[in-house]
Design a protein. Sequence first.
Length: 202
Amino acid sequence: MVQPGGSGAIARHISTGEWTMATSRLIAIALLLTVHTVRANELPPPAYQLAAHDANIPSKVLFAIALQESGIRVRGRLLPWPWTLNIAGTPYRFPTRQAACHALLQALTQYDAKRVDAGLGQTNLGYHGQRFSSPCEALEPYRNLAVTAALLQEHHAVTGDWVSAAGRYHRPAGGLPTARYRDGFSRQLARLQASAEQGTPP
């Protein structure tokens, strides 16, 4: 597991060796879920296009949210990582869904669900856990994208613009954290739009 500091049973669940052995296979999965095929010039990737279409939102908005919420550098490129958790303010990334599920269930015995975010869109399980059939379903990439897209559509119905909707998605209460998030989201979205126009990977 990759995590930026901290310790304890959750952090120790995945060893460095396990992460290393799984890396090649998982990079392939991440690429399948998150990176467009340059020859076909598909940006955002098909999974994001489908979820966005079903929720009637722009696919680049959904992809930018995923990059902002769960992005990790893989071979020099920023990719959303499907098995990402944020537990009490600390992000964790796992090499498999099974490992992330184990840590998620453990975290929910130790922390209030409102302090746990999961998946590509970092869905908060305290506020939106009812949108999944079980906590670990939040780690299923396509289901998580569907929920993320639906939430964005709901916020857009209130705000009328996607930057404000993204800020509410991250923190409906507003304030400085929301303003910082809107700025980060705007940068991601601008980068995606420029990449699409130029036909180059983001």
